[in-house]
Design a protein around this ligand. Structure first.
Ligand code: UDX
Length: 437
């Protein structure tokens, strides 16, 4: 099938590449000429494990094409995906200017029936708005469908190729058939394609992300209680996660959730609620708790150094908001850097993928190191913000030798308190016993 994808950001590029891999003829369209040229020349613009190899293959075999020209890109496409940014506006609600501008541009250039698909996370009612914007100047029949993505960064290709489910919001039989054909290769193992109306599909995306953010936040609050009561959050997690109604995943306490989706989507759902005069109290608490959780270890670091961080050097492991991505949007590391620098400390950091992005954002506010050990060489303490595998089993003897004090503040609970006790470290983690080495 011939399909088009408008927007070659994270979602658009994964969507386009994966649909080319399942045999479709895909054209990706973007207004950014530099990006399009780079993609055309086989230079991938995002870091996502597993994507590059299928990107190269489909480019070489001619199933994946790129252009800046919308009319040329949608020529003959039966399905046109909109994978455009929906950044939070000043009031926290999603800004639809990119989506609606492309929708208006599409109207006059559609030459035959097509399904226009909202792939971006958009507030309930957006499909209607997109429909109206296209209809204004459309000469042919078309349908607008909501098909939210549930891709996790770092495992997006796998999530795309083997989705738990595909949600499709449409009341048009014609659109339903086309979407079913397109997704058929991805749901062969029996995972469901769930059809519903457009508004329910739009809300499903916000509900899923907000629920997951709430699940994490709930465990973070349990962790905080564990610290006060002398209980152990790892044990509690295992104890509750084995109940199949709760499930084992997304129960890991830490220094808060970040990324491009959870913070933005929770905020946008809260804003939507406000707009229909509904007081969505849980969401307000989730945002509030997560805000505090991100820098939860800072007072403990201060306390360790007698209240003053002036002149201290903190080695920081992890900058990206989670492992296997270079994405630093809403990364807890950034909030910690801000507080540490504000308190007069110096920060020496290492991250396998996120350093370039952080340097682009905050410049030389911190020192960037070429590996984990150089980041702690001569540092007064180690702070861990992201659970990259390379940090999980370091040479602890070397760590002890390089640090001025044998102290680790672990925001991702990478090591066991018992092990740290045996090794003689002072070890502060989340929701578990503090070890005073
Ligand atoms: C998320 C959703 O999972 C995905 O379905 C959606 O489409 C986009 O948003 P992503 O932002 O890539 O994906 O990251 P995810 O792996 O879900 O993690 C989000 C945040 O939660 C990270 O900051 C992570 O560190 C944190 N997290 C996750 C925890 O703190 N504890 C957990 O147990 C799980």
């Amino acid at each position: 099938m011939k399909i088009a994808v408008v927007g070659t950001g994270y979602v658009g590029l994964v969507t386009g590449t994966c649909f080319a891999e399942t045999g479709n003829d895909v054209t990706c369209i973007d207004i950014d000429e530099k990006k399009v040229n780079s993609l055309k020349n086989g230079k991938i613009t995002i870091y996502e494990p597993g994507l590059e190899v299928i990107f190269q293959r489909n480019l070489e075999q001619g199933r994946l094409n790129f252009t800046t020209d919308l009319a040329e890109g949608i020529e003959g496409a039966k399905i046109i995906f909109l994978a455009l940014p929906t950044p939070p506006g000043e009031d926290g609600s999603a800004d639809l200017k990119y989506v609606l501008t492309v929708a208006s541009d599409l109207g006059p250039i559609l030459k035959e029936y097509a399904v226009i698909v909202d792939k971006s996370t958009v507030p309930v009612g957006t499909a209607d708005k997109v429909h109206a914007a296209i209809k204004e100047n459309a000469k042919v029949d078309f349908d607008v469908v909501s098909n939210p993505e549930f891709l996790r960064e770092g495992v997006a290709v796998d999530d795309f190729m083997k989705p738990d489910r595909v949600v499709i919001g449409t009341t048009s039989e014609k659109a339903k058939k086309l979407m079913e054909t397109l997704y058929a290769p991805l749901v062969r193992q029996g995972n469901p394609v769930i059809f519903m109306d457009e508004k329910s599909a739009e809300l499903t995306k916000y509900a899923a992300n907000s629920f997951l953010a709430t699940k994490i936040t709930f465990m973070n609050e349990i962790a905080n209680m564990c610290e006060l009561l002398g209980a152990d959050v790892d044990s509690v997690r295992k104890g509750v996660g084995t109940d199949t109604r709760i499930g084992k995943r997304f129960l890991f306490a830490g220094i808060g959730y970040g990324g491009s989706c959870f913070p933005k989507d929770v905020q946008a759902l809260a804003k939507s609620a406000q707009q229909v005069n509904y007081d969505f109290r849980i969401l307000k608490s989730v945002m509030d708790v997560n805000e505090d959780q991100k820098t939860k270890l800072i007072p403990k670091i201060k306390e360790y150094f007698g209240g003053d961080l002036k002149g201290k050097t903190i080695g920081l492991w992890g900058l990206s908001f989670k492992p296997y991505t270079d994405d630093i949007r809403e990364a807890p590391s950034l909030y910690n850097i801000e507080k540490l620098v504000e308190a007069g400390a110096q920060v020496k950091a290492y991250d396998p993928e996120g350093m370039e992005n952080v340097q682009g954002q905050i410049g030389e506010k911190i020192t960037y190191c070429h590996d984990a050990y150089s980041a702690i060489n001569g540092a007064d303490a180690l702070l861990i913000a992201t659970e990259w595998p390379v940090f999980r089993t370091p040479d602890f003897e070397k760590v002890a030798k390089l640090l001025n004090n044998k102290v680790i503040f672990d925001g991702r609970n990478l090591y066991s308190p018992e092990q740290m006790k045996d090794l003689g470290f002072t070890y502060v983690s989340i929701g578990r016993e503090t070890i005073n080495g």
